[in-house]
Design a protein around this ligand. Sequence first.
Ligand code: ZN
Length: 253
Amino acid sequence: METLTGVVRRGKAQVELDPETVGRIIGGLAGGAVGARIGREIGRFFVRVSSAGCEEVQSAVVEIEEKPAQEEPARVEQLTTREVAALQRGRSVRELVDILSGKSFNISWEASANYHTDWNPATPADTAIVKSIINPNGNNIDWTNPGSWPYFRPRPGVLKLNGRLIAVGIHLYPHDIVMSENPGPPLSNQQGRRITAAEARSWGLGATWEGKWYLGGHMCMYYGDSPSGRGEITTGFAKRMNDAARDAYSRGL
Ligand SMILES: [Zn+2]
């Protein structure tokens, strides 16, 4: 509760407050009044007459009822790769929300101004959440079979970064190198390794899997204008990942 001095004028009375709002009419008092309680709501004031009998010009004490400002919920933002990289330096643990499942988990994350982000689930418990997203019915799955994981299938997500919500496109296929020291299994380091024809056969994956990334390593995150490992932004896989980031922005949380 805050007390300020105001002026109530006769007739169509006005209430003015010092010092910030001098001259600004913040409420009307029908019939004049010597006192008014002024409640503050978001973006506007309202006035209640507490007593009547006003002189032509008379000082009055008005009280401002401070209501706690309602915090606006954070909105999902579409930032450029460069803008994201400017927000945070270095690798840290951040929360990632998978929009389609509504599930969230922690990741080891770092941004680059001129590249997309390669990330790992922060702990084995976070990898377990990733698996529950891939396998929502809890079926008995052989996680060592690359075909058990969605191969580079883009999906919308939201990265939580210093109170901001950033639209991202992610996939949940671990490949290539591990980006943190504490990845959950089976994200072992398989740098540069590709699936051989014999391996594809042994896993029952078919010939189309030959030459695809071996299981292990990191997953990717794009921001809407992020280049792939080959510098591509608008073609093929990079385009679909960037489109997923825009999808995340339009869906929101
Ligand atoms: Zn990547």
